[in-house]
Design a protein around this ligand. Structure first.
Ligand SMILES: [Fe+2]
Length: 277
């Protein structure tokens, strides 16, 4: 892939189903594990972006949302510049304004459309999709809707190199910084107006491994953001399996080849990440 080559672009039709212009585009997206998605007309991105900017203000009431464990609430992470408001789906109604909860449900629809297309291409029989994905493909599982910005007072990378652990990540970023690793080198993923960036995660890679078409989980990072640049805002949706659930690898005949608890998969990945860094 040359530095100036664009990632493939997909859209969501009225079904809603994920479609690419050509099968070559889809091949590249599946092999790399990343592509652009044209923002569907029904997605109210503007309201969500406004909300993301509102919570930057020191007096925003959303800063008082309590922390739930290590992953939810208004949190600042170590070893990178991210500060974020992160909540899982079952807390959206309680803490997010109605239009943001609604926005999250629309991202659920996109996430489900993406994972269902991956399953369709994989040849795994449809009645097994829900079981393979710990329920995500049928509207269950875990989803996070996070509003992120970057604290330029931290002299760190925006986000260190990693792969995502879940199924599908949907990203809306307002300024450059995202990079993907290709053949040992990090390349920019430019912000493309009117488009989201979607990448696949390790859990989706795992469950498609013994099928006709597996998907890759790509290594990515965010460059260090400087105080001289505009604040980088991001909206990130993670489609994940439940932490206490299981994932199954089926082949195209519907035979279960292997399975793992989500906890075991994630702790194996955690080990790899430590090695990677
Ligand atoms: Fe990520």
């Amino acid at each position: 892939m040359k530095p100036d080559m664009r990632l493939p672009i997909a859209s969501i039709d009225e079904a809603p189903r994920l479609i690419f212009e050509t099968s070559e585009d889809q091949d590249i997206a599946w092999k790399l594990g990343i592509f652009y998605l044209k923002v569907p007309g029904w997605l109210d991105l503007k309201a969500a972006r406004c909300f993301g900017q509102e919570i930057l203000k020191a007096d925003s009431p959303y800063r008082d949302i309590p922390q739930y464990g290590d992953l939810e609430g208004f949190i600042s992470l170590e070893n990178n510049q991210q500060t974020k408001l992160a909540l899982r789906r079952h807390r959206w109604d309680e803490h997010y304004p109605t239009e943001i909860t609604q926005f999250g449900r629309q991202l659920d629809d996109i996430g489900v459309a993406v994972i269902r297309e991956v399953f369709r291409q994989s040849g795994i029989p449809e009645p097994l999709w829900s079981e393979a994905s710990g329920g995500y493909s049928s509207g269950e599982g875990t989803a996070f809707l996070n509003f992120v910005h970057y604290d330029t007072a931290q002299p760190d990378l925006g986000l260190r190199p990693h792969t995502d652990y879940g199924f599908v990540t949907i990203l809306d970023a307002t300024s450059p910084g995202l990079q993907i690793e290709l053949e040992g080198q990090f390349r920019d993923v430019p912000v493309l107006d009117g488009h989201l960036v979607i990448n696949f995660g390790e859990a989706l890679h795992f469950i498609t491994q013994h099928s006709n078409r597996s998907v890759a989980a790509i290594v990515h990072r965010v460059t260090s953001q400087s105080a001289f640049n505009p604040v980088r805002h991001g909206i990130v949706y993670f489609a994940n399996p439940d932490l206490d659930g299981a994932l199954k690898q089926f082949n195209t005949e519907g035979r279960e080849v292997s399975s793992t608890s989500v906890e075991d998969l994630f702790s194996r990945l955690e080990g790899n990440l430590t090695e990677y860094q």
